[in-house]
Design a protein around this ligand. Structure first.
Ligand SMILES: [Zn+2]
Ligand SMILES: [Zn+2]
Length: 375
C-alpha cells in the first residue's frame, strides 16, 4: 500500500515534470506557490508542509514549516551559522516552535546556537548527553542566557507541527560511546507523506531502530550522517521514493560513501544533493510531494582525503540465513566459519551472522578464517 502510494506520488511528479516543469510545485487549488525565498503555504488548514534542506556545506540543517509553525532540525557548522540565521529571516521566521539538535557535533550544533540567540523557541529538543567540546560550552551559555531547558525525547514520542506530526524514532536508548549513535531521529508525517531525519545515526543506531520494530517507512530519506554508513536492510525498511544527501562539496570525509550511494543507484532512487545543488526545497500537501528542482541523480561518491575521518570498509555481515549462507560469522571474535564447523555449536546467537559472498571481502573487513574448519 505504502509502496503503491509512493509510486503514485512519484508518477504524478514525473508527469508534472514531463508536462513542462512550470506546474511543479503547483498548489492543490491550482495557484502557483510563492517561491524564491518568500514564505510559502500560510493558508489556514491547507495541510501543507514545506521542507528546506539548507546548503550548509559539510553538516546538516533543515527548516520545516507547516501552517506558520516552524521547526529547525540542526544548524550546520560554524561557517554556516550566519547563513542559517539569515535564511530563516528571509523566510520571515519570527519564532521557532522547535529547535531540534540531533546531537552535539559541531556540524549540527554550531549553527543552531545562532538560532537560539536570534529566535524565541518553544522547545529545544536534544539528545540526552553532555560533552566537553568548546562548541558545547557555547551552546550551554546560549541555553543559560536564553533561559531554555532541554527536552530529551524518547523513541515513540509524538509532537505536532501545524498540520504535520513529528514522531521520534531514535535513539532507542541514550548512552552510546559514539555520540552519533545517540542522534535524535524523527519521522515527520504530513497526511500520507513522510520525511525521515536521522542525524548522524550509524551502524549501531540503525540496527537498534530496526530491532525495535519502529515503523520507519518514509517517502523522503535524508541520509544519515551525510551519506556515510547505510545498510541495505535499513534502506529497504524505509523504502523511500527520494533520497536527499546533505554534505559539503569535496568534503574530506568521503561523504557520500561509495557503497551507500551505490545502494541508492541500484534501487533507482532519485537523489538530491546539497553539495551539487545547494539548498533543496520541497512542498507536501499531504498527498503529493513537489520539489523546486529536479533530482541531480549524481551517484558519484565523495573522495576521502588524509585529513578526513578514516572509515572502515563495510560489509553487510548478516545477508543470508542458515540454509543458504556460504559462511557463518562470529561478529564478536571476527572469525569466518564453514556452516559445518563444530565450533558453531557453542557460539552465542547474538554473535552469529550468516553470510553469502566472498571470503576476501570479509578479510578486508577485518575477519579471519577459523583455524579449525579452515574455510
Ligand atoms: Zn556527528
Ligand atoms: Zn554530522
Amino acid at each position: 500500500m505504502k509502496k503503491w502510494k509512493n509510486l503514485l506520488a512519484g508518477l504524478v511528479v514525473l508527469a508534472l515534470l514531463l508536462a513542462g516543469c512550470s506546474s511543479v510545485g503547483q498548489t492543490a487549488d491550482g495557484s502557483q506557490p510563492e517561491v524564491g525565498g518568500q514564505p510559502i503555504g500560510e493558508a489556514e488548514g491547507s495541510g501543507r508542509l514545506n521542507v528546506h534542506y539548507l546548503d550548509v556545506g559539510q553538516g546538516n540543517a533543515a527548516l520545516l514549516e507547516s501552517e506558520g509553525h516552524y521547526m529547525l532540525i540542526d544548524g550546520g557548522n560554524r561557517k554556516a551559522s550566519s547563513f542559517v540565521v539569515s535564511y530563516l529571516k528571509r523566510q520571515n521566521v519570527e519564532s521557532l516552535d522547535y529547535i531540534l539538535i540531533s546531537h552535539f557535533d559541531e556540524d549540527h550544533l554550531a549553527g543552531a546556537i545562532g538560532a537560539l540567540y536570534q529566535f524565541p523557541a518553544g522547545k529545544v529538543i536534544t539528545a540526552d548527553y553532555e560533552t566537553d567540546s568548546s562548541i558545547y560550552k557555547s551552546y550551554q551559555d546560549a541555553m543559560e542566557k536564553q533561559r531554555y531547558e532541554e527536552t530529551h525525547p524518547s523513541q515513540g514520542d509524538v509532537f505536532s507541527l501545524g498540520s504535520a506530526s513529528v514522531r521520534v524514532i531514535s535513539p532507542v536508548s541514550y548512552g552510546h560511546e559514539d555520540e552519533n549513535e545517540d542522534s535524535v531521529g524523527v519521522i515527520v508525517e504530513n497526511g500520507d507523506n513522510r520525511f525521515f531525519f536521522g542525524g548522524d545515526m550509524g551502524k549501531t543506531g540503525e540496527k537498534q531502530v530496526m530491532e525495535s520494530g519502529a515503523d520507519i517507512a518514509a517517502d523522503v530519506f535524508l541520509l544519515n550522517h551525510h551519506g556515510s554508513y547505510l545498510s541495505s536492510r535499513f534502506l529497504e525498511q524505509i523504502s523511500p521514493s527520494y533520497a536527499v544527501i546533505s554534505c559539503g562539496d569535496g568534503n574530506s570525509y568521503g561523504h557520500p560513501r561509495q557503497d551507500t550511494i551505490k545502494l541508492l543507484e541500484d534501487d533507482g532512487i532519485p537523489v538530491f544533493r546539497t553539495d551539487k545543488q545547494g539548498t533543496i526545497i520541497l512542498h507536501s500537501d499531504g498527498k503529493i510531494i513537489s520539489w523546486e528542482q529536479e533530482p541531480c541523480n549524481d551517484y558519484t561518491p565523495g573522495t576521502r582525503t588524509a585529513s578526513g575521518d578514516k572509515e572502515e570498509p563495510y560489509v553487510e555481515e548478516n545477508n543470508s540465513d542458515a540454509e543458504h549462507c556460504d559462511y557463518v560469522l562470529n561478529t564478536h571474535t571476527k572469525k569466518i566459519h564453514l556452516p559445518s564447523c563444530s565450533s558453531l555449536k557453542g557460539m552465542k546467537e547474538d554473535n552469529k551472522a550468516y553470510y553469502k559472498g566472498s571470503k576476501d571481502e570479509l578479510i578486508d573487513n577485518g575477519y579471519e578464517a577459523c583455524g579449525n574448519c579452515k574455510p
